[in-house]
Write a protein that binds this ligand. Structure first.
Ligand SMILES: [Zn+2]
Length: 249
């Protein structure tokens, strides 16, 4: 029942936005297509969207005051020259954040990416190092992967950030030359071999500050490879923002 309801959310979303729809009709629709929190699966109350108030309160936030010196930024030290870096949530297996990422990627709930991106964006614009960004660059999927999934989850996250930051998304700047295998079981050197030169810039804009955005940073090697490709552009600066950070490695 709960899974069916999750799948019905898209159908429901089409109808509740019709201008003639009033609260009574919406209440009736909720009986058949309940709106569920994408982090815990419980029903959403009126006024709640995507994630319930309780989950919003309990989500494991990574509180960052300084974009240049925090756990995520330190992850890239000595690997690639990243100006500022931050992640919104701590990724823990079997918990709310994993459910959010799963529902975004595999149940194609793009609104999760946009919602979290917007929340994070409103905070990021006040954080040192994230001002004066010229373009948001979602980590590209390989075209074959994008075709099979139907969308790139990082673009959804980027769209939410874009609305909050007032900065455009450019998902045409980088091209992913080949798919990469899962990074988590590889040794450090193998990870770098696996992603080195995997991204190529298709244009040559100069003197830009790029914000690379990804869904989850685990080893960080894919994000770093993206940053490396962007830093090959003249006068480029690169910062990084992720929906979640998994620092188990
Ligand atoms: Zn919830």
């Amino acid at each position: 029942m709960a899974l069916q309801a999750l799948n019905n959310e898209g159908i429901r979303a089409k109808w509740v936005h019709l201008p003639v729809m009033n609260q009574r009709v919406e209440g009736l629709i909720s009986l058949f297509f309940p709106r569920l929190c994408q982090a815990c699966g419980s029903g959403l109350a009126t006024g709640e969207r995507v994630v319930c108030t309780s989950c919003l309160y309990h989500l494991p936030r990574i509180r960052t005051r300084n974009g240049q010196d925090n756990a995520v930024a330190r992850h890239f030290w000595g690997k690639v020259r990243v100006g500022a870096a931050a992640a919104f949530l701590q990724f823990n297996k079997g918990k709310r954040v994993q459910r959010l990422v799963y529902n975004l990627k595999y149940r194609k709930r793009k609104d999760i990416g946009v919602f979290i991106g917007h929340l994070f964006g409103t905070e990021l614009c006040r954080l040192d190092g994230f001002q004066r960004v010229d373009a948001i660059i979602p980590v590209p999927l390989h075209p074959a992967r994008q075709r099979s999934r139907g969308f790139n989850q990082s673009v959804c996250f980027a769209d939410g950030m874009s609305r909050a930051l007032g900065v455009p998304v450019d998902n045409q700047l980088l091209c992913r030359n080949r798919p990469t295998e899962s990074q988590t079981r590889k040794h450090r050197f193998e990870r770098w071999q696996n992603v080195h030169d995997v991204f190529t810039p298709l244009k040559r804009p100069a003197n830009r500050h790029f914000l690379v955005v990804d869904d989850v940073i685990t080893t960080g090697s894919t994000t770093a490879a993206c940053a490396e490709a962007l830093l090959s552009l003249p006068g480029a600066r690169v910062s990084v923002a992720a929906m979640a950070y998994a620092n188990q490695l």
